[in-house]
Design a protein around this ligand. Sequence first.
Ligand code: 5AD
Ligand code: SF4
Length: 496
Amino acid sequence: MLILGEILRPSGDGGPGAGNFFTEKNMAYERKTIDPAQIQAQRDICAGIARRFEEQGRRPLALVDTYGCQQNEADSEELRGYLALMGCGFTQDEFQADIIVVNTCAVREHAEMRVLGNVGALNHSKKNKPEQIIAVCGCMVQQQHMAEKLKKSYPVVDLVFGPHELWRFPELLKQVMDRHKRVFAAEDSQGVMAEGLPRQRDGKVKAWLSIMYGCNNFCSYCVVPYVRGRERSRRAEDVVAEARELVAAGYKDITLLGQNVNSYGRDLGSELDFSDLIRRINDIPGDFLIRFMTSHPKDATEKLFKTMAECEKCAHQLHLPVQSGSDRILKLMNRNYDSAKYISQVELARSYMPDLVLTTDIIVGFPGETEEDFEDTIKLVEKVRYDAMFTFIYSKRVGTPAAKMPDPYTREEKQRHFDRLTETANRISGEKHKEYEGKTVKVLVDGETGREEYNLSSRTNGGRLVHLKGDRSLIGRFVRVKIVSSNTWALYGEIV
Ligand code: 5AD
Ligand code: SF4
């Protein structure tokens, strides 16, 4: 079981480098690769469970509820892959489900509160259906205090497992079924690598493709490195093979996922870096788009911007989280760049791709953030002019260095800054969207909106949302549209 307090130095100082927060024992990086035979054994367990349900003459239903980031979405596709091998169909109705899996996030307290509220409410469905199995997995439960909370205060939960145990979900579920006992599994691990898990993808047009797991950056506010372990890159052959399969299956929009894709390959000791990987995927024949996220500004290189500009399938879209515009706060955050370096990177990226769509993440109310620090953030935002921004109020995370920093400002002050930042972000997004009006752009139609007028949704190369009117047979196709109107959140177009 991972114990946050154990792997942290008693007085994390927020200084640069991941090593600062490790004890000697944890300094050495271990990469635990799961033998393909073990994955096969998990598939065999799934087949056994499917037979069991068949003998009972019923088709079980499963519900997978996902919180948090795209990596969690991708993980949930693997959970569904296993559940499908167990013969499960899928439902959104907790009263119908035989198996419920809640895949959680630990990045902010708000997400954890939502999970706990929703898990607590499952008492009702379990009362109706006492044989229902409820599992809670993902980042939240990799924190010992949360695993303990579930154990003590949520008896409705039968199974708890951390992200490093996902590959053996069938085995853990079978233990619950056989023993009629609660099972808790969240191994203290710096990282597991498992290839060849079954996967049931969510859509037919857009696909997630994980290229690496974990994070080495230890931003002082962030819990991810503690719960997801160290950076582990998948082998390029495996990534390219999966991209080929996606293209062959008709996927048109592939998003490469990693906490910091720019450090892809470093842990493999190979010459091949993230830019080289993009080129390899770009070389796969077919009409499709390559996107990626997330890029850490300290590692984004000119080579990457050049590669993006030169690879015709690579979207001119960059999510480059700045987190703050104040150099003082960036230092306390352990981000390893300052605002000048960040801005020069944006300028460089735009010099290669004048049509670049740029988005970011910003945290408001980091411990000790003053009025002046906040003004620096507003100044940076006004200078960079993002197409869209994801803004968050700082959330204290147990075991991180920032949790020990003095935090004198009130929630109301932070909220006031947050509101002002959101207003600024929305105004700029609206202005940027207005610039599209009258222009003709190529979009990929990716789904239906459920509304009569503008019934289809689509994305530009840069990832901006465009609503259209057209036949649903266009889903999965690239079309040209003239943008006729816009607002802060979306563009509206007519097919030309
Ligand atoms: N509080 C608020 N926001 C956070 N993020 C990460 N950790 C925290 C935290 N403790 C934000 C960062 C990151 C995004 C995924 O979530 O902006 O880029
Ligand atoms: Fe968290 Fe991202 Fe920083 Fe890693 S790079 S510690 S995931 S904010």
